[in-house]
Design a protein. Structure first.
Length: 142
């Protein structure tokens, strides 16, 4: 794993701001991890939601240098966001992406809800590229 952006920028800010044990501000970019694949042609990032403290959240920026910085280092960037039921990140990030691929959990799920989400993504300015089914099951927590 490596720094999530070559220039240290981020597309969000943590609120309230995070502080380390010494009271210093923790950079927002520390909440992202990234991994380049295929000699840097594919760049995959992940937000470290588990590092948030109780009461903290991520506020997304409408405009940022983050995506332009990544484009100079990767041909393809994959952004995985929480489900629409848990977060509005997909709708906020959709207009900043080249395309949106919606991952759904079951082929026999609520079709009308999926079509409504597709319409919401397009209304937000996103380019809907398609839908894929994820057969993975959520791990049961003890």
């Amino acid at each position: 794993l490596c720094a999530a952006t070559p220039d240290g920028s981020a597309f969000f800010t943590i609120t309230p701001p995070a502080r380390d044990r010494d009271g210093h501000m923790v950079p927002d970019s520390k909440y992202l991890v990234a991994r380049p694949f295929f000699d840097g042609k594919l760049w995959v990032t992940r937000f470290r939601e588990q590092n948030l403290s109780k009461g903290q959240g991520a506020k997304l920026f409408a405009q940022t240098t983050y995506w332009q910085a990544l484009r100079q280092h990767a041909q393809t960037i994959v952004v995985d966001v929480p489900s629409a039921a848990r977060s509005d990140a997909a709708l906020k990030l959709a207009p900043l992406m080249d395309a949106v691929v919606m991952v759904v959990s079951e082929p026999d799920g609520d079709l009308s809800a999926r079509l409504a989400l597709k319409a919401d993504i397009e209304s937000a300015g996103g380019q809907f590229a398609g839908m894929v089914y994820n057969r993975a099951r959520e791990a049961k927590r003890a």
